[in-house]
Write a protein that binds this ligand. Structure first.
Ligand code: GDD
Length: 370
């Protein structure tokens, strides 16, 4: 029996227009790159001739296998069944419709095998990535899904990509609950992984056949994100939990800043005799400094992993983000009070909330970016 070093899972449903070409293309890439790869088609009992076509190709392609699933249909379910049946320790997932460039497969393989990454993600949104031929509606849905996904995985630009590779051990024993289209989110939320790499690619919308994405797929996705969030609270070792821990710490630091701010405002005004607005400027700056020191030391591990090696650079960045955060807070307060007629206290709470999200995300992905 051949010892495969890579399993390429191709989930299919009614792909008669593409199936032969994609198998020939993937097979060609394997041959040219010298990778001992298995091609595993996981089909949901298509009635358009896809299954017969693969059966015919099985005769001439020893590296090809086929699973036909009579029930519990679904893209994610099919990919998970592929995980279970994969013969190799490295697994690649790719669409059948040429949306994903097959020639990148060796790059993914090498990122895992040679560079040692646990997960390698084809990204449309990282530098160099792109999308071709997408109608505006599809772009908006995808962007919404990506933004939602980044709440759980802020460092990953395309956590909903269908083009990715993993070490098999990432999903070994993982409590995956496959549903909908976003199997990568499930893998990232419940699998065991330490590091990841993103490879930019241009997503080309299918030329043959049509997307099977339905409205229920979007609902499935929302349910899936909630489930991953709840799972993170129950199983504290996941990457999502590590991320939430930062959000919570950042929140506590923010609250400590309110005390510093109020204390200094009071002390300067009452004991030194400063005009209260002058005291407020000192109070704001003091709380920015203490917030920075606490976040740098506690929330983001001493800034050790930040790309900004110098502490003063992180401080300048934090300072600018904080000042802009104050501007955002004031803008929301003003707009909600003046134009929507909301009570100013409620508007201010909304402003604090929006500014908090701004502060966390920008600092997380810039000041303390790894
Ligand atoms: N087995 C199986 N069962 N395969 C399916 C099913 C299903 O129910 N539905 C779709 N597929 C297969 C298709 O045959 C194709 O190979 C692949 O999954 C992608 O299907 P499309 O319907 O073309 O997907 P899409 O273009 O809307 O979505 C792609 O892009 C998304 C990112 O925007 C996929 O790659 C998604 O995984 C990805 O999230």
């Amino acid at each position: 029996m051949t010892r495969y070093s890579l399993t390429i899972i191709i989930p299919t449903f009614n792909e008669i227009e593409n199936i032969e070409n994609i198998i020939i293309a993937v097979s060609g890439v394997l041959k040219n790159s010298g990778i001992e790869g298995e091609i595993l088609v996981v089909d949901d009992d298509s009635k358009d001739g896809t299954v017969d076509c693969v059966r015919e190709l099985l005769k001439t392609h020893p590296e090809l296998s086929l699973i036909v699933r009579p029930d519990d249909h679904g893209l994610s379910q099919s990919v998970v069944e592929g995980f279970q049946k994969a013969k190799a320790d490295i697994i690649q997932v790719i669409d059948a419709d040429f949306s994903h460039p097959v020639e990148l497969i060796p790059k993914f393989y090498s990122a895992i095998k040679d560079e040692g990454y646990d997960v390698c993600i084809g990204s449309r949104y990282t530098k160099g990535g792109d999308i071709e031929n997408w109608p505006i509606k599809r772009r908006i849905i995808s962007l919404g899904a990506t933004v939602f996904g980044r709440v759980l995985f802020p460092e990953i630009t395309d956590p909903v990509s269908g083009f990715f590779a993993i070490k098999k051990e990432v999903v070994y024993d993982a409590d995956l609950k496959p549903r909908g289209y976003k199997i990568l989110m499930e893998v990232l939320g419940k699998g065991r992984w330490e590091n990841f790499k993103e490879i930019p690619f241009t997503f080309r919308d299918r030329e043959e056949g049509e997307s099977k994405l339905k409205f229920s797929t979007i609902l499935d996705y929302i349910g899936q994100c909630t489930d991953i969030g709840v799972y993170a609270f129950r199983h504290r070792e996941t990457n999502v939990w590590k991320e939430w821990k930062k959000v919570i710490k950042f929140g506590f630091v923010g609250i400590s800043g309110i005390f510093v701010n109020t204390g200094i405002l009071f002390a300067l005004t009452e004991y030194i005799g400063f005009y209260y607005l002058v005291s407020a400027i000192f109070a704001i700056e003091a709380s920015i400094i203490t917030n920075f020191l606490l976040n740098d030391y506690w929330t983001f591990d001493g800034g050790n992993n930040s790309r900004m090696a110098k502490k003063w650079k992180r401080f300048v960045s934090f300072q600018v983000v904080s000042v802009l955060g104050v501007v955002i807070n004031l803008a929301v307060l003003f707009i909600l009070t003046e134009f929507i007629g909301l009570w100013y206290i409620l508007s201010n709470i909304a402003g604090i909330f929006v500014a908090f999200i701004w502060n966390f995300f920008i600092n997380r992905n810039f000041t303390w970016r790894r």
